[in-house]
Design a binder for this molecule. Structure first.
Ligand code: GLC
Ligand code: CA
Length: 545
């Protein structure tokens, strides 16, 4: 095992529009991050992942990029970015940024040029333009649907004013997909990688990384869109080998983490030594609260990644999923997976239990070998905001499903920092945050939590400090042991002589550890006075010798 920093780093995801607003326009920005840099330092994370801050019409909150090599004025300037990188590096914090290769914005110069250049032009070859079906081309080229709902084809008006070709978009109609079989697309992204690497970024998060190569027959399906097999026969791996070559030309172990929802064995192919470095563990994130489900996710992801020598990442929260506190507040699930968007209807929620479980999961995941991702606000145990009024919703998912799915705004409500009323220090007093913040969020603010030793924030700080001190919490082996209780997962962690036990109790009743364990509790997600007790919905970390 080599010792590159990213193998065991704790990354903190900043969703820039929701983190901290420096100028009172209601949208978080890069100077806002700079203003909070000591908060990040004190939290004890190793690296940042900044979601997109590039010029964009903001139809999909910046995942519709119109210029990959600049900063949107909404978020600041390139100088602000440079200053942020500098300030982070001065504090030993790495900076990683989002790259969105599958699609751009329809306002990107390359797409605008493709529309202007007309059918059969070389410019159009950078995207997926097709003639429509039907007598006048009025029917979409195929029946594929968008991942955001609705059709995945949109017809353009040709430069001569007539209704013309259609272009393919996996997501919103404002997000045309690139044709990754075209060398000019590869060259465009090579420029983008180099631009940011030259500015000193330490790595990237690669959006929708597994969709770049498509079945370009676009033949009708029984529904949805076909995901072509991403095994070794797929040329997508050549793209990642190319990206890796670029990164290898820079010093300092630059890295990339990929976003793919594929099964563990396929995910592992993308993180072979000559491809990318890390992959989000969505198997872990998407598993509902339950001993067997979580145990299986841990075992399967670790063993798939071990075959290729890759480090595993642990994650329970991000900007696309209902917050873990709310997900775990409900235990109904289909096939072991919670159901996005409709999950709230499935059964009753117990938010207090959700908080206990989210904290238990945090302790479990931050004691497993590998890298971890924390999403801003997770450390405050913010719940998902499921009662946002329709009028304020911005996620294209809401619009494209005609309101059937509320979309992801509920996990994107800005961070509460201080004070007793909105915007709770997120922006200057009286400013209106881009999504309304619940009245009770003063109780969850950073300021409030810092004053309470038992708060979520203080728990995360203690836990990250412990992880920093004890290599066994981030490296070494995982052995699942018999716990004698179907609701209890017991994991032995060993690393060069050090041994710890992680015990997570997924049940509601307390579990008691044997007293023959030379028991020394390092940290518990829900501490009690009885040193042998692991309460329901909690994790305990025990040092053994
Ligand atoms: C990824 C992003 C998500 C975005 C989508 C389209 O899944 O995480 O937020 O909407 O890609 O870019
Ligand atoms: Ca702002």
């Amino acid at each position: 095992m080599t010792n590159e920093w990213w193998r065991e780093a704790v990354f903190y995801q900043i969703y820039p529009r929701s983190f901290s607003d420096s100028n009172g326009d209601g949208i978080g920005d890069l100077r806002g991050v700079l203003n909070r840099i000591d908060y990040l330092k004190d939290l004890g994370i190793d690296a940042l992942w900044l979601s997109p801050f590039f010029p964009s019409p903001q139809v999909d909150a910046g995942y519709d990029v119109s210029d990959y090599r600049n900063v949107d004025p909404l978020f600041g300037t390139l100088e602000d970015f440079d200053e942020l990188v500098h300030a982070c590096h001065a504090r030993n914090i790495k900076v990683t940024i989002d790259i969105v290769p599958n699609h751009c914005s329809n306002q990107h110069e390359l797409f605008k040029a493709a529309v202007l250049a007309g059918p059969n032009s070389p410019e159009r070859e950078l995207f997926h333009f097709r003639e429509g079906r039907g007598e006048h081309g009025e029917i979409a080229p195929s029946n594929w649907t968008s991942a955001f709902g609705g059709p995945s084809w949109t017809r353009i008006t040709e430069p001569d004013g007539t209704q013309g070709q259609w272009y393919y978009h996996l997501f919103d109609s404002s997000q045309p997909d690139f044709n990754w079989e075209h060398p000019a697309v590869i060259a465009e992204f090579e420029n983008t990688f180099r631009f940011w690497l030259d500015r000193g970024v330490d790595g990237f998060r690669i959006d929708v990384s597994d969709a770049l190569i498509k079945d370009t027959s676009f033949a009708d399906t029984d529904g949805g869109y076909p995901l072509i097999p991403k095994d070794d026969t797929c040329s997508i791996h050549d793209i990642y080998r190319k990206f890796r070559e670029i990164m290898n030309q820079y010093d300092g172990d630059r890295m990339a983490v990929i976003e793919t929802g594929a099964e563990d064995e396929i995910v592992a192919l993308f993180i072979r030594p000559d491809e990318m470095h890390l992959a989000f563990n969505f198997h872990f994130l998407k598993s509902a609260w339950g001993a067997d489900l979580i145990k299986h996710a841990i075992e399967q992801s670790l063993s798939a990644n071990a075959i290729v020598g890759a480090s595993t990442t642990w994650v329970i929260d991000n900007h696309d999923n209902p917050r873990s506190v709310t997900r775990y507040a409900s235990t109904t699930h289909l096939d072991g997976h919670y159901v996005p968007a409709v999950y709230t209807d499935l059964n009753e929620q117990d938010i207090e239990a959700g908080k206990l479980r989210s904290r238990a999961m945090a302790l479990l995941m931050l004691s497993l070998p590998g890298a971890a991702y924390i999403y801003n606000g997770q450390e405050l145990e913010l719940p998902n905001v499921d009662d946002l009024p329709n009028e304020v919703l911005q996620d294209p998912v809401f619009f494209r499903t005609n309101g059937e799915q509320k979309g992801r705004d509920g996990c994107r409500v800005p961070m509460p920092w201080s004070g007793t009323q909105s915007p709770f220090g997120f922006g200057p007093d009286q400013s209106q945050p881009w999504l309304p913040m619940p009245n009770y969020w003063g109780d969850l603010s950073v300021e409030t939590q810092l004053q309470n030793g038992a708060s979520a924030l203080n728990f995360y700080r203690r836990l990250l400090a412990l992880r920093r001190q004890m290599p066994v919490l981030r490296q070494g082996t995982v052995t699942i042991e018999e716990s004698g209780n179907p609701n209890v997962v017991k994991i032995l962690r060993e690393n060069v002589g050090a041994k710890v036990l992680i015990i997570t109790n997924f049940g509601d009743e307390s579990y008691f550890v044997h007293d023959d364990l030379a028991k020394k509790t390092l940290i518990a997600s829900n501490p009690t006075d009885n040193p042998y007790e692991v309460t329901g919905n909690s994790t305990v970390l025990i040092e053994i010798n």
